[in-house]
Design a protein around this ligand. Structure first.
Ligand code: GCU
Length: 431
């Protein structure tokens, strides 16, 4: 009998998607005692920055480079020869409530080369270009809604009962993530939604490199990534930028109001995409936790070491230098938030999601605020952790939702309220 270590179980390609989070949440080594949080000193994003111009010209570039070199890895620009294939638009999707577009971004000239399949829903009867949320989904576009016209993803997925067998999706998985993607509500508020499956660019498991887009960029003779080169989060965020390349060309979409969003590992991804690609006008991170909005130096809940041990393919290899060594990390996650300034950003957390350290995410917002203020925005208004369901709606938005690690319609409502206020200049709705 083969005895699997906890690490081997977590890295197994057939591990059900939810089990990773469950085992992680139970990890014995984690610290959940606020009184045990050690003293730490955060790096100052405004160090050596006398004015806004110095931030824009020098410091921003320096911080971006430090995040690339030490955490997410360097990522390339678009490959040559990308082209977008758009299938005919369905003007009467979702029972007549939506317009649906299916776009395939072909990333190489090779007919069987990698492609990103983008699913786009737009509200009907919208006059003018539509503001849109863009995010990566965990299990295939067909899981986002029961709409039978969404092609079933043929890519690798986590095994999952009848929904995914032999690492391939089955018809039983249609719409199974629809609670996380409330398409109808999003459309009713006048926003569109665009999404693609993570596995189009990097299958989310330890052996995912081969089938990812990384080899497309290997230099002559290269067989693996360098220590400062991208992993899965880098690749997913790169995919978001390629999706943006398409959205910019589509006249139905408001290219100046594209909101990059994501939950959990895709929240980390959305933050890195927003920090590194200024074309995103707003950034939303939902329960992104460690390696996302949470301060690494607090070491509360999931730690850098946990991430490097359990999900080594998400980050660059250099990130391993900071396992149990956070003070040597040349940046911290509040500076990732600051890299999104002055664009509106929203950090959603959940009370029971202790592994993601809601307070550490709140403190990131507090410590990113001086950069936002320097650039002339309201920054972050709260100095105390707000109670549950009392969202903060300044340029940096924040809430703690009751409940567990998840993305719910409550979360989406806050994100749309924030976008209403900061992107559309209209009052958000009371919820
Ligand atoms: C695990 C991991 C988290 C991550 C989450 C998710 O729980 O430890 O860092 O955010 O998976 O993506 O669902």
């Amino acid at each position: 009998m083969r005895i699997l270590t906890r690490r081997a179980i977590l890295q197994s390609a057939s591990l059900p998607f939810w089990l990773g989070s469950t085992l992680q949440a139970q990890a014995p080594s984690r610290d959940y005692d606020e009184s045990k949080v050690r003293k730490y000193a955060l790096p100052d994003p405004l160090q050596g920055v006398p004015n806004a111009e110095a931030w824009r010209k020098h410091r921003r570039t320096e911080l971006l480079r430090l995040f690339a070199e030490n955490e997410y890895g360097r990522k390339p620009g678009p490959p040559k020869g990308v082209h977008f294939a758009v299938t005919p638009v369905d003007e009467n999707a979702l029972g007549g409530k939506a317009r649906r577009k299916l776009v395939s971004a072909r990333l190489s000239k090779h007919p069987n080369g990698p492609e990103i399949n983008l699913l786009i829903y737009l509200p009907k009867n919208q006059s003018g270009p539509t503001p849109i949320f863009l995010g990566v989904n965990f299990r295939g576009n067909h899981t986002v809604n029961t709409d039978p016209a969404i092609p079933l993803s043929t890519k690798w997925v986590y095994n999952n009962g009848k929904a995914a067998i032999n690492n391939r999706s089955t018809e039983a998985s249609r719409g199974m993530q629809s609670a996380s993607w409330p398409v109808e509500q999003i459309l009713a508020r006048g926003y569109g939604l665009a999404t693609f499956y993570a596995g189009d660019v990097f299958p989310d498991h330890a052996g995912g490199y081969e089938a990812s887009i990384l080899p497309l960029f290997y230099q002559e003779g290269q067989t693996k990534r360098e220590p400062n080169e991208w992993g899965a989060i880098g690749a997913w965020s790169w995919g978001l930028s390629r999706a943006m390349d398409y959205l910019e060309t589509d006249h139905d979409i408001d290219r100046n109001r594209v909101i990059v969003m994501g939950h959990s590992r895709m929240g980390k991804t959305a933050l890195w995409a927003g920090a590194s690609d200024p074309r995103f006008s707003m950034i939303v991170s939902n329960c992104s936790g460690a390696g996302g909005a949470t301060l690494a130096r607090r070491r509360f809940g999931e730690s850098v070491k946990d991430l490097n041990t359990t999900f080594p393919w998400w980050f660059c290899e250099n990130y391993r230098k900071y396992s149990d060594n956070e003070d040597a990390f040349p940046v911290d996650q509040h500076e990732l938030i600051a890299l999104c300034a002055p664009r509106p950003i929203y950090i959603g957390t959940a009370e029971q999601d202790r592994g993601s350290d809601p307070k550490g995410q709140f403190l990131s917002a507090v410590n990113a605020s001086p950069v936002y203020k320097l650039l002339g925005t309201s920054g972050f208004a709260a100095s105390e952790m707000p109670p549950v369901h009392k969202p903060v709606m300044t340029t940096i938005g924040f809430h703690v939702r009751a409940g567990r690690h998840d993305i719910t319609t409550y979360d989406w409502e806050q994100y749309m309220n924030h976008a209403d206020i900061h992107l559309l200049n209209r009052a958000g709705r009371k919820s």
